[in-house]
Design a binder for this molecule. Structure first.
Ligand SMILES: Cc1cc2nc3c(=O)[nH]c(=O)nc-3n(C[C@H](O)[C@H](O)[C@H](O)COP(=O)(O)OP(=O)(O)OC[C@H]3O[C@@H](n4cnc5c(N)ncnc54)[C@H](O)[C@@H]3O)c2cc1C
Length: 301
C-alpha cells in the first residue's frame, strides 16, 4: 500500500475535522520521525496522510498555574523553553537528550506520545508530573490523564476520529518544593531508544515525603508508575534505608522482557539503580539547599 495523497491542515480546527472525516487508511503525520520509518518498513500502512506541521498547534504557553504545550511543539522547542527548564527539569532533560539535534528539530511531543512506544522519553516525565492530554473529536474536546492514555505497546485510547491537540502540565506551588529527575540508559550514546528510562518527582513537607511519582519506561508493555515504591516512600524521611527499600520495591512494579536491546534481568538491575540514584540526587539537593539556607540566615544574624 502506497501513500497516494497528503493533505496539509492549516489550523487546529481544520486538522480536527480532517481527522474526524478521514477514511480508515488515513494517518496523521507530525515530524514523521517515527511514521516515515514505519511506513518504509511496512510496519504501518496508509493511503492518505494528514500533515499537522502547519496546523498552528506548536505553541508552548506558560501561565501562573501550568504550561500548555501544543501537540506539534518540537522536542527542540521543549528543550529550549525556560519555563520547562525551571518548573519541569525531568521533562527538560528528557527533551534535551532525546536523539540528536536533527531529530529534535523535527520530532514533536504529540508524535512521541501517540506513537505509544513503551520507551518514549517524554512519556515518563509526563507521568511523573501527572500531565493531562487534551483530545479533540470534531468540535468536542476531552481531557485524558496521561496514566489512562496507553493501552499497550503502540496502542492508546485515541480512535481514528481523535486528534491530540495539547499537553497540560500543572506547576507545583512554590511552597510544595517539588524536585524531579530524569535518567536514561541507551547503548550507543546519542540517537538511541532507551533500554530503560525513569522520571521521579517528589515533594517534601516538614522533611517528610508528602507526594512522589516514580515513572519507568521500557520495562513493561507501557510506561508505568512504580506504585508500591511510591507507597513505601510517602510519609517517610528520605533516608538511605527508605531509598533502598523504594528501589527494591520498584522492581516488583515492572514486567520487563528480553529483546534486542537488553535482557529482562539487566533491566531490573537498571531500574533498582535508577530509582536509588534519582532519589539520592534529590536527597542531596535538599541537603545542599538546607545547608545553604541555614548558612544565609547565620550570615544575616
Ligand atoms: C534516529 C532516531 C532516534 C530516535 N531517538 C529517540 C529517543 O532517543 N527517544 C525517543 O523517545 N524517541 C526517539 N525516536 C523516535 C521519535 O523521534 C519520537 O518518538 C518523536 O517524538 C516522534 O514525533 P514525530 O512528530 O516525528 O511523530 P510522527 O512520526 O509524525 O508520528 C508518530 C505517530 O503519532 C501519530 N500522531 C502524531 N501526532 C499526532 C496527534 N497530534 N494526534 C494523534 N496522533 C498523532 C502519528 O499518526 C504516528 O502514528 C528516534 C527516532 C529516530 C529516527
Amino acid at each position: 500500500m502506497f501513500v497516494q495523497s497528503v493533505v496539509r491542515a492549516r489550523s487546529e480546527v481544520e486538522a480536527a475535522w480532517l481527522v474526524y472525516e478521514g477514511k480508515p487508511a488515513t494517518r496523521l503525520i507530525a515530524g514523521g520521525t517515527d511514521l516515515m520509518l514505519q511506513l518504509r518498513r511496512g510496519q504501518r500502512q496508509a493511503l492518505a496522510l494528514i500533515d499537522l506541521r502547519r496546523s498552528g498547534m506548536d505553541h508552548i504557553l506558560e501561565n501562573e498555574h501550568a504550561i500548555c504545550i501544543g501537540a506539534t511543539a518540537t522536542v527542540a522547542a521543549l528543550a529550549q523553553h525556560p519555563g520547562i527548564r525551571a518548573h519541569f527539569p525531568a521533562l527538560h532533560t528528557a527533551a534535551a537528550t532525546l536523539a540528536s539535534q536533527q531529530i529534535r528539530n523535527l520530532a514533536t511531543i504529540g508524535g512521541n506520545i501517540c506513537n505509544a512506544s513503551p520507551a518514549a522519553d517524554l512519556v515518563t516525565p509526563l507521568l511523573a508530573y501527572d500531565a493531562v492530554l487534551r483530545v479533540r473529536r470534531g468540535d468536542d474536546v476531552r481531557e485524558v490523564p496521561v496514566d489512562r492514555f496507553f493501552t499497550g505497546p503502540g496502542q492508546h485510547v485515541l480512535t481514528q476520529q481523535d486528534l491530540l491537540v495539547e499537553v497540560v502540565v500543572s506547576k507545583p506551588l512554590p511552597s510544595e518544593g517539588e524536585r524531579s529527575r530524569f535518567l536514561k540508559l541507551g547503548f550507543r550514546g546519542a540517537q538511541v531508544i532507551a533500554v530503560v528510562n525513569a522520571a521521579v518527582s517528589l515533594r517534601l513537607r516538614r522533611g517528610l515525603v508528602a507526594e512522589t511519582h516514580i515513572a519507568l519506561g521500557a520495562v513493561a508493555p507501557t510506561a508505568v508508575r512504580a506504585i508500591s515504591a511510591e507507597r513505601l516512600l510517602r510519609g517517610e524521611k528520605l533516608t538511605p534505608e527508605a531509598i533502598a527499600a523504594a528501589a527494591e520495591a520498584a522492581v516488583d512494579d515492572i514486567s520487563p522482557i528480553d529483546d534486542v536491546r537488553s535482557t529482562a534481568g539487566y533491566r531490573r538491575r537498571v531500574v533498582r539503580n535508577f530509582v536509588r540514584l534519582a532519589l539520592e540526587e534529590i536527597a542531596a539537593q535538599v541537603a545542599a539547599e538546607t545547608a545553604h539556607g541555614s548558612q544565609r540566615s547565620r550570615s544575616r544574624a
